[in-house]
Ligand binder design. Structure first.
Ligand code: CO
Length: 188
């Protein structure tokens, strides 16, 4: 399957709003392959040379609906720093990830969010939970995982899981008040 900036489904196609179904576990070979290709996209998209050659837009995550498959599959690669300021990479190939709990504290990206399915910029804070606990099956490690995510990783996971409900990041922005004051929010 060819995944690039031309084949990814954009928000002018109402299919992007389709709800994604959970997949059966253990994963079929077909669903494993989809996850591998999604992961490969994210990996290649941040390699400048490959991105240019293959027409990839840089991303930290992509979900199956974005390539026309309404199944709860998503790949995420986030480079972060841990508590000791050491670089750490969080990477997942998730099937049926689900948010099982979330913090009261909010978080948002100061410069707003972007999405492979959204060509235009949408200015505004996307206020999400600062911490989420996500359960699902991870093909990368071949196990059921519970991810305790905070900050940027938490935002990325919420963004991707939103895709399963057909929700896009700008749905969370109030055009009348795109930059609300959010008391106590973690600003990233
Ligand atoms: Co997106």
């Amino acid at each position: 399957m060819l995944i690039n900036n031309d084949t990814i489904i954009k928000d002018d196609d109402s299919f992007i709003r389709t709800k994604s179904e959970p997949v059966e576990l253990p994963l079929s070979e077909e669903n494993k392959q989809i996850l591998r290709e999604l992961f490969q996209y994210v990996q290649d998209s941040t390699d400048e040379e490959k991105a240019q050659k293959l027409n990839l837009r840089p991303a930290v995550g992509i979900s199956a609906i974005q390539i026309g498959i309404p199944r709860q599959l998503t790949a995420v690669i986030v480079h972060e720093y841990d508590k000791n300021d050491e670089p750490i990479t969080y990477q997942y190939m998730l099937a049926n990830p689900k948010i099982v709990s979330r913090s009261i504290q909010s978080a948002y990206l100061e410069n707003g969010e972007g999405c492979l399915s959204v060509p235009e910029e949408h200015d505004g804070f996307v206020v999400r939970s600062a911490r989420v606990k996500v359960s699902g099956y991870d093909l990368l490690t071949d196990q059921n995982v519970t991810i305790r995510a905070r900050g940027y990783l938490a935002i990325v996971l919420q963004h991707e899981i939103d895709h399963f409900s057909g929700v896009l990041f700008y749905d969370h922005i109030d055009p009348k008040n795109p930059h609300p004051d959010v008391p106590g929010a973690m600003v990233i």
